[in-house]
Write a protein that binds this ligand. Structure first.
Ligand code: HEM
Ligand code: HEM
Length: 223
């Protein structure tokens, strides 16, 4: 345990990169929202930031710390339903990481965001003055369809975020479990075991991969 911390502080369940990913995503999504249709230069740049974060998260989902790995938290319908049936009880879940139901909401958010940024890349506004860096690959009508869908997908993202916040509120009020503190400090007081962290080299590979992909896309995917 890091720094010989007292047991009451709990075990570390989220690694640093997962927490930085989360809070950076919250900030950049807010920026993307506030600048949409207002300041398109900033809108595109915050969007590239979100792309970098998503690329990093996909890498971290296979190469990151144990609780960040998709294989560690994605469960089949049977286990997910079994967990859903325990939602009403006030018994706390001491297993580190996402619960089986939360895991699917995480995947839904990541998938919706991938579609969101993907469509933005091909979108153009009505007079073709503002566009995504890949809009040159499709005709104007297609880029307008991408823009419409880009706006619609944002409603889906918003819906999922509201559900996300409602779930966190439910855990706080009903189960008296502070999930936010754990996403901030990495530690969960009730956790039964700590995560197994990933190496620095893997972190570095993820960062380089994220920056390279976001940069390449921002430049219009031209070699
Ligand atoms: C997760 C990040 C993003 C969010 C939440 C988001 C959200 C939005 C929203 C709500 C609009 C509609 C604005 C309006 O017309 O009132 C919009 C428009 C637009 N977005 Fe994004 N966007 C994101 C990422 C991107 C990215 C990565 C690009 C491309 C680099 C992009 C390019 C555009 C373009 C070109 C429009 C104008 C479309 C039009 O006026 O019909 N967006 N975005
Ligand atoms: C833009 C809005 C947000 C988005 C898109 C978002 C997305 C996500 C994602 C993708 C994860 C999974 C983390 C991972 O495994 O990488 C997550 C987890 C989490 N988020 Fe958010 N989040 C948002 C806002 C917030 C806010 C405002 C809070 C706090 C009030 C919050 C608290 C948490 C917590 C506590 C977890 C861990 C849940 C657990 O214990 O399973 N999120 N969020």
């Amino acid at each position: 345990m890091a720094g010989g911390s007292a047991p009451s502080e709990g075990a570390r369940i989220w690694d640093g990169p997962t927490r930085v990913f989360h809070w950076a995503l919250v900030v950049l999504l807010l920026v993307s929202w506030l600048t949409a249709g207002e300041n398109m230069q900033v809108h595109r740049w915050s969007g590239y930031g979100v792309i970098g974060l998503l690329v990093f998260r996909l890498w971290w989902g296979v190469a990151g710390g144990s609780t960040a790995r998709f294989a560690s938290f994605l469960k089949g319908p049977k286990a997910t339903l079994a967990y859903a049936r325990t939602l009403g009880s006030r018994t706390l879940n001491g297993a580190p990481g996402h619960n089986p139901l939360g895991a699917w909401s995480v995947m839904a958010m990541l998938a919706a965001l991938l579609v969101q940024v993907g469509l933005g890349l091909f979108a153009s506004d009505i007079d073709g003055l503002e566009s995504g860096p890949l809009s040159h690959l499709v005709d104007f009508d297609a880029s307008r369809v991408a823009a419409e869908l880009h706006e619609t997908t944002f409603r889906v993202v918003q819906g999922l975020v509201v559900l996300h916040l409602a779930a966190i509120g439910y855990y706080w009020l009903w189960k008296r479990q502070n999930l936010i503190g754990a996403m901030l400090t990495g530690k969960q007081r009730l956790a039964t075991e700590a995560l197994r962290p990933a190496s620095m080299v893997r972190l570095l590979i993820g960062v380089v991969l994220a920056v390279a992909v976001a940069w390449f896309i921002a430049k219009g995917a031209r070699l």
